[in-house]
Write a protein that binds this ligand. Structure first.
Ligand code: GLN
Length: 453
C-alpha cells in the first residue's frame, strides 16, 4: 500500500531519492514467512520505514543529497539500518535532504527540493525534509532522520509530524555520513509520539562501533510515551526560556499557538515557570563555527578517489587537479561556504579566536541547561520561529536560513534530547512545540510530549 501511495504522490512531493520496491517487498515477505512459522516478532515487524539518505544501506544508493556521492552503493549497513532490518521493519527507500545535512529547507539537495504536502509551494523543513514530507503525505508511517542543529525537529514542526532528537550518543553514528561529529544524532520521525518512541527503542542503544556511543540501555521511552498519553502531568515542572521570548523573528501566529499549548499543559497539572538561560543568544554563532569546522575536516575524505564521483580523470591531469575538479563540481554552494568558513576557523593563528572561543561558549550553554534543570524537569519552546516558508524565500541570505534553528541549536550544543510535537496551526500551517530534557532523560521528554497529543 505504501509503495502504491509513493507511486501516486511522490512525483509531486519528491520525498524520496530512491525507492527500493524490490527490497521492501522481499523484506515484507520474509516477515510474513517468519510470522507463518510461528516466530515471535517485535512490535515493528512488517512496518515500513523511510531512511534519510545520509545513512549507509548495503547495496542501495546513498548520496547524502550530494552529487559527489552520486552512484555510490555502500558495501555495508549503518548500525541504525542493521537494527531496523533485525527488527523486521521494511525499508521503503532513501529520503531527500539538504546536501550533507546542511540546511533547513531541503532546497540545498543536489537532486531538487522536496515539497511540503500541506502546501506544495512551501518548504518541508530541513535538512530532513524528505523524511518529514514522506510521513505527512502518508508515503511512510515511520522515518529516520538525523539532527545536528535541528534537522529532525524543524521538519517535524513545519509538516505537522513528530521528530525526536535523542541524547547525543544514545543512537549510533556508525555508517552515518558525517557532518559535525560532535553534534550529529540519528533519531525517529513519526506521526505520533508513541510511534516515535517505538522506533527510538528499536534504533537506539550502545554500539561498540561508535566511540561516542553511551554504554547504557535506552531509557524506557515506550512506557513513558504510554504514561504521558494518560494526560496527567501533575507535579511536572516545565520551564519557559526567558531569552527565547525576546528573540527577534518569531511569528505572532507561532507564539499564539505555543501559548495555547502551554495553557493546555497547565490544565493537565503541569506547573510552568520562567527560567533564564543567558548564553542561549550565542548558540547560533557558536554553532556556525563548530559545525563548519568539523564539516571541513569530515568532508576532506571526498577526494574523487574513494567514493562516487570523479571529475577530470582524463589521464593527463595530476591527482591534485582531479581532486580539486571533483570537489568543484561535486559540492554545492552551501557546502563550499561551510568548508571555507571551517577551514578558516581552524587555521593556525585563528584557532583560539574562533573555534576555541566557540567551544567555551558551548560549555557556558551546557551550564545554562544544567542550571535550568535544577529548577525544572524539562524546558519547552516553539520548535522554530516561523511556519513553513515559501520555496526560494530564504535562499538568498544564508543568515535567514540559519534562523530556522534558533530554538533547536542550543540542545545540540548541550547534547540532551529534544522532541517536536504538533501544537496547532498558524494561518492553516502546522506549528511545533519543543520539549527539551536533561541528557539520558529521553523518557521524560516523551512523557510530556505524549500528554500534549
Ligand atoms: N539547519 C542546520 C544547519 O544547516 C542544522 C542541520 C542539521 O541538523 N543537520 O546546519
Amino acid at each position: 500500500a505504501h509503495l502504491d501511495r509513493i507511486a501516486a504522490v511522490d512525483e509531486r512531493v519528491h520525498a524520496f531519492l530512491h525507492v527500493d520496491a524490490d527490497g521492501a517487498l522481499d523484506a515484507a515477505r520474509t516477515v510474513d514467512a517468519r510470522r507463518a512459522a510461528g516466530e515471535e516478532l517485535g512490535p515493528l515487524a512488517g512496518v515500513p520505514v523511510a531512511v534519510k539518505d545520509v545513512l549507509t544501506t548495503r547495496g542501495v544508493p546513498t548520496t547524502a543529497g550530494s552529487r559527489i556521492l552520486e552512484g555510490w552503493r555502500p558495501p555495508y549497513d549503518s548500525t541504525i539500518v542493521e537494527r531496523l532490518r533485525a527488527a523486521g521493519t521494511v525499508m521503503l527507500g532513501k529520503t531527500n535532504m539538504d546536501e550533507f545535512a546542511m540546511g533547513s529547507s531541503t532546497e540545498y539537495s543536489a537532486y531538487g527540493p522536496t515539497f511540503n504536502p500541506w502546501d506544495l509551494s512551501r518548504i518541508p523543513g530541513g535538512s530532513g525534509g524528505g523524511s518529514a514530507a514522506a510521513l505527512a503525505a502518508y508515503e511512510a508511517p515511520l522515518a529516520i532522520g538525523t539532527d545536528t542543529g535541528g534537522s529532525i525537529r524543524q521538519p517535524g514542526a513545519v509538516t505537522g509530524t513528530v521528530g525526536a532528537k535523542p541524547t547525543y550518543g544514545g543512537t549510533s553514528r556508525y555508517g552515518l555520513v558525517a557532518f559535525s561529529s560532535s553534534l550529529d544524532t540519528p533519531g525517529p520521525c513519526a506521526r505520533t509520539v508513541l510511534d516515535a518512541a517505538l522506533l527510538h527503542a528499536v534504533m537506539g542503544g550502545h554500539d561498540p562501533r561508535d566511540s561516542t556511543s553511551i554504554p547504557q540501555p535506552v531509557p524506557d521511552v515506550v512506557a513513558a510515551a504510554r504514561a504521558g498519553a494518560t494526560g496527567d502531568l501533575t507535579g511536572m515542572r516545565l520551564g519557559l526560556v526567558r531569552e527565547f521570548a525576546t528573540e527577534a523573528g518569531g511569528e505572532p501566529g507561532v507564539t499564539a499557538a505555543f501559548r495555547d499549548a502551554v495553557d493546555a499543559l497547565t490544565k493537565l497539572g503541569a506547573e510552568v515557570v520562567e527560567v533564564s538561560c543567558p548564553h542561549f543568544e550565542y548558540a547560533l554563532p557558536a554553532y556556525y563555527l563548530i559545525a563548519p569546522s568539523e564539516c571541513s575536516s569530515n568532508l576532506a575524505r571526498f577526494d574523487g578517489v574513494r567514493f562516487g564521483l570523479r571529475a577530470g580523470d582524463d589521464g593527463v591531469r595530476s591527482l591534485e587537479e582531479v581532486m580539486s575538479l571533483t570537489r568543484d563540481v561535486g559540492f554545492g554552494a552551501e557546502v563550499k561556504r561551510r568548508i571555507m568558513v571551517g577551514t578558516y576557523a581552524l587555521s593556525s593563528g585563528y584557532y583560539d579566536a574562533y573555534y576555541g572561543q566557540a567551544q567555551k561558549v558551548r560549555t557556558l550553554i551546557s551550564r545554562d541547561f544544567t542550571a535550568a534543570f535544577e529548577q525544572v524537569d524539562v524546558l519547552i519552546s516553539p520548535t522554530t520561529p516561523f511556519v513553513a516558508f515559501p520555496l526560494g524565500s530564504r535562499t538568498a541570505d544564508p543568515y535567514q536560513m540559519y534562523l530556522a534553528d534558533l530554538f533547536t541549536i542550543p540542545t545540540n550544543l548541550y547534547g540532551g534530547p529534544a522532541i517536536s510535537v504538533p501544537c496547532g496551526l498558524s494561518e492553516g500551517l502546522p506549528v511545533g512545540l519543543q520539549v527539551m530534557a536533561p541528557t539520558m532523560a529521553d523518557d521524560r521528554m516523551y512523557r510530556v510530549a505524549a500528554a500534549l497529543e
